[in-house]
Ligand binder design. Structure first.
Ligand code: SF4
Length: 488
């Protein structure tokens, strides 16, 4: 029988940053002795970490809050709603959180200078009866632009990969994006704090760390606007990469999505210098291959600058003739996008040779500039056709961009971290290689092992490989978790 007073359930919607914040909130709860429940088991505390990036995400967030508030045994749970939906509609979030019992809503914007995670921790302490109600007028004593660690994680790894949120916030105001309204303050974790968190994650058994954030190229900077000068003394992403790559036992370091103009020569040098650990894969949103559209999107680059960056990157990160893996985001049907603009996007996609494209149909997000440009909206049928054309450009089995890149892997030996059994191919395991392609590997394997494999052949959308060398890593759950000693 569960002691319900010590239980929580966390429901998270949305992007990678939300999932990294989920891990931080879980660490706060577990440090206070709460344990998570799953399925229909009632919990004393229901946390719903919301998303509001599209109207559909906001509707799903409302639904998740209602469901959480109604799920109960004898006593109504305390409901805490966090995240972006609170920023767009705080009144509804607060009302839904408190509809059935005690409830609170905590967004990213704050008048007290505290981060959402700090305010979450003080709300939990208050609920547990350990502190008086949070005093919103208190000022933090740390640097206001620092993203602090509230609690270090304690759960042994069940996944090879873990994310560290190194940065939060954006003030770039792309005309389709609501994020600068929801998370306007740029904050970064200090290099020593990121290294401390990385050490802890490695000690817990994680093999790979992904550095994530809203605008990680602005790491250490108070603004994402390239035209503004930043102090020369600010820590930089290359400095951070150098420091984290030295963490003992870390086998793989990946940078999550970053803005194209932040791929500087210094960053490429740091990736090359730490190539033992840092993988040759970057996710670089293109959004459009037309300068006219990029300008109206308020993106901070031109097509020529994007291509110049791709050329520098390909030159630096070439491994034995194999180019780096590049993935991207593209929006189809941005207001005013003509057939010619779209054909420009197709041409750039071909030129870059993406391994994967996340293709989004434009959907107006209320509160953004682009949502007001109704007279230039592209017909839904045209948007659908353009989305389909890009999907085919990537996935065509003979001439698609993905298959062209994947063919270059065949015959090579590549490092792979094993993630899970391949249920479609008994006797095989799925893992991701350094160049981001998912491989189906034959061999006696276990979750979490780092192995070197020979890529044998492509079979439709699957890339088949055979193990050639077991490596240093033990399987995830077999690894002994040492006593955790973290440097101050
Ligand atoms: S850079 Fe643009 S798309 Fe990315 S978070 Fe900032 S405003 Fe949104």
């Amino acid at each position: 029988m569960t002691n319900q007073a010590t239980t929580y359930r966390m429901t998270t919607l949305g992007c990678r940053t939300n999932h990294a914040e989920q891990r931080e909130m879980e660490a706060v709860l577990e440090a206070r002795g709460l344990r998570s429940v799953h399925g229909s088991e009632p919990a004393a505390l229901e946390v719903v970490h919301t998303c509001s990036v599209t109207a559909r995400a906001a509707a799903k967030s409302r639904q998740a809050i209602r469901r959480a508030a109604r799920r109960h045994d004898t006593a109504r749970p305390k409901v805490i709603v966090t995240g972006c939906f609170v920023g767009t509609d705080e009144a509804t979030a607060t009302q839904l959180a408190g509809e059935q019992g005690p409830g609170t809503a905590i967004g990213h914007a704050s008048s007290d200078g505290l981060t959402m995670i700090e305010r979450f921790a003080s709300e939990v302490d208050h609920w547990l009866g350990e502190t008086p109600p949070p005093d919103r007028s208190e000022r933090p004593t740390r640097e206001p632009l620092t993203l602090p660690i509230i609690e270090l994680p304690t759960r042994p790894a069940h996944h090879a990969r873990a994310e560290i949120r190194i940065q939060d916030g954006c003030d770039a105001h792309c005309t389709f994006c609501i994020i600068p309204t929801l998370r306007p303050t740029l904050r970064s974790k200090t290099i020593p704090d990121v290294v401390t968190e990385a050490r802890r994650l490695v000690e817990l058994g994680h093999r790979e760390i992904v550095l994530s954030g809203i605008f990680i190229g602005a790491y250490g900077h108070p603004t994402a606007l390239r035209r503004r000068q930043v102090p020369a003394t600010s820590p930089t992403l290359p400095d951070l990469l150098d420091a984290v790559a030295q963490v003992d036992g870390l086998e793989r370091l990946r940078i999550s999505s970053m803005e194209p103009m932040d791929v500087t020569d210094e960053l490429l040098d740091a990736m090359v210098a730490n190539a033992e650990v840092v993988v040759p894969h970057l996710h670089l949103p293109l959004q459009s291959g037309s300068d006219r559209v990029l300008h109206r999107m308020n993106r901070q680059y031109t097509v020529a600058a994007y291509l110049d960056m791709i050329d520098r990157l390909n030159e630096s990160l070439l491994t034995d003739g194999l180019p780096a893996a590049i993935t991207t985001d593209i929006i189809c049907g941005f207001p005013g996008e003509t057939d010619e603009d779209f054909q420009d996007t197709v041409a750039i996609a071909r030129r870059v040779g993406y391994l994967h494209m996340h293709v989004f149909p434009f959907s107006p997000r209320s509160g953004t500039a682009a949502a007001r440009w109704r007279d230039r909206f592209v017909a839904p049928g045209v948007i659908r056709d353009r989305v389909q054309a890009l999907i085919e450009l990537e996935t065509d089995p003979d001439e698609g961009l993905a298959v062209r890149y994947r063919r270059q892997l065949v015959g090579r030996q590549v490092r792979t971290i094993i993630e899970q059994p391949d249920h479609d191919r008994p006797g095989r395991w799925l893992g991701r290689c350094d160049h981001y392609e998912q491989l189906s590997v034959a061999g006696e394997l276990q979750r979490g092992q780092m192995v070197t494999v020979q890529v044998d052949r492509l079979d439709g959308s699957d890339t088949l490989a055979t193990i050639t060398e077991q490596t240093r890593s033990l399987p995830l759950l077999a690894r002994r978790t040492p006593a955790l000693e973290i440097d101050p």
